[in-house]
Design a protein around this ligand. Structure first.
Ligand SMILES: NC(=O)C1=CN([C@@H]2O[C@H](COP(=O)(O)OP(=O)(O)OC[C@H]3O[C@@H](n4cnc5c(N)ncnc54)[C@H](OP(=O)(O)O)[C@@H]3O)[C@@H](O)[C@H]2O)C=CC1
Ligand SMILES: CC[C@](O)(C(C)=O)C(=O)O
Ligand SMILES: [Mg+2]
Ligand SMILES: [Mg+2]
Length: 339
């Protein structure tokens, strides 16, 4: 089995006398900043004026324009949206980098696809939590951690891995476990996971099930509870004890349907498509499309997003969730870039 690093395996010292600039205060940014501070590290936030700036100040941080934060820090963690990182890096990060600084990422996209090419004398590493930022914070506050991958692209100091591990410990990741990887592996697997399984695959599955029930004349509220609401309750069991524990908890009737109908939904054809999606990621085809889409001001992204928000599952979902105030949403903490 590959080495998994836990708290006891990691020294905090490589980071303890350093200042960390967190660029961005969105999903990952607020979680890294708050967790690092609560773990005893020195954090400054780099931003442009706006909603995140106000939020970070309200949380008690010193907030500076990006260039000033980079200048003041030893470790610069870039937690801006992937598609905005290149412009900010060129204008506000690169001019202030020197050999005593380290540059860090939570996802390898811009390094792996060579959009950002840092000078050779800075450390470059990633600490990529395997979970959404709001959970990185919530789980840390509850005493746990979201696991993470770390990788080193450039080890100018000879200490880059130790620094990355100390950072991972600071955000709580080594409470759950940290694995080492490469920028290539993190980037390709993260993109594949979110597209084929966690986000793209899941959303398409939920909508297809909901639409099938609606088109057969069933009530939208019943279809919503069955295909979306209950998803979390089932996934919680899988998270806690794997497929085995989920199957232990559900009825034998459901388990028989799981065994016999699941492979009719996700077929050999689906797996062949997954392989094509992975090939597009590996070849850079997906990255090129996403970069060009942003250069064109996101015409397809915005059109699809508008249509998705009007889907009947979203309309009925909003009404039903309004009747369940115990479902806490951390949406107010989401970046204005996603509002
Ligand atoms: N979302 C997640 O859970 C995960 C994300 N990642 C990676 O983490 C990184 C950050 O993603 P995420 O947390 O989703 O990002 P968000 O969109 O949630 O947050 C982006 C932040 O960047 C700020 N920002 C945007 N543009 C600029 C700019 N030009 N100058 C200064 N600040 C700016 C925003 O502030 P403002 O309010 O001013 O817009 C906001 O605070 C990405 O590399 C992503 O791949 C990795 C693992 C999981
Ligand atoms: C699953 C989506 C993700 O990769 C994540 C939360 O880990 C992302 O880029 O947001
Ligand atoms: Mg991810
Ligand atoms: Mg991702």
């Amino acid at each position: 089995m590959t080495k998994v690093y836990y708290d006891a395996d990691i020294a905090v010292q490589p980071l303890s006398d350093k200042k960390v600039a967190i660029l961005g205060y969105g999903s990952q940014g607020h979680a890294h900043a708050l967790n690092l501070r609560d773990s005893g590290f020195d954090v400054v936030i780099g931003l442009r004026p706006g909603a995140s700036w106000q939020r970070a100040e309200a949380d008690g941080f010193t907030v500076l324009p990006v260039g000033e934060a980079v200048e003041a820090a030893d470790v610069v963690m870039i937690l801006l949206p992937d598609e905005r990182q290149v412009a900010v890096y060129e204008q506000e990060v690169k001019p202030y980098l020197n050999k005593d600084k380290a540059l860090a990422f939570a996802h390898g996209f811009n390094i792996h696809f060579t959009q950002i090419q840092p000078p050779a004398d800075v450390d470059v590493f990633l600490v990529a939590p395997k979970g959404p930022g709001h959970l990185v914070r919530r789980v840390y506050e509850a005493g746990g951690g979201v696991p993470a991958l770390v990788a080193v692209q450039q080890d100018a100091s000879g200490q880059a891995l130790e620094l990355a591990l100390a950072y991972g410990r600071g955000i709580g990741a080594s409470r759950a476990g940290i694995l080492t990887t490469t920028f290539k592996e993190e980037t390709e697997t993260d993109l594949f996971g979110e597209q084929a399984v966690l986000c793209g695959g899941l959303a398409a599955l939920v909508k297809a099930g909901f639409e099938t029930l609606l088109e057969a004349g069933y009530q939208p509220e019943v279809a919503y509870f069955e295909c979306l609401h209950e998803m979390k309750l089932i996934v919680d069991l899988i998270y806690e004890g794997g497929l085995e524990y989920m199957r232990y908890s559900i009825s034998d009737t459901a388990q028989w349907g799981d065994f016999t109908s699941g492979p009719r939904v996700v077929t050999d054809e689906t797996k062949a498509e997954m392989k094509r999606i992975l090939a597009d990621i590996q070849s850079g085809q997906f990255a090129k499309g996403w970069i060009l889409e942003n250069q064109a001001n996101r015409p397809m992204f915005n059109a699809i997003n508008r249509n998705e928000q009007e889907h009947p599952i979203e309309v009925v979902g909003r009404e039903l969730r309004a009747m369940m105030p115990f479902i806490k949403s951390s949406r107010q903490a989401v970046s204005s870039t996603k509002a």
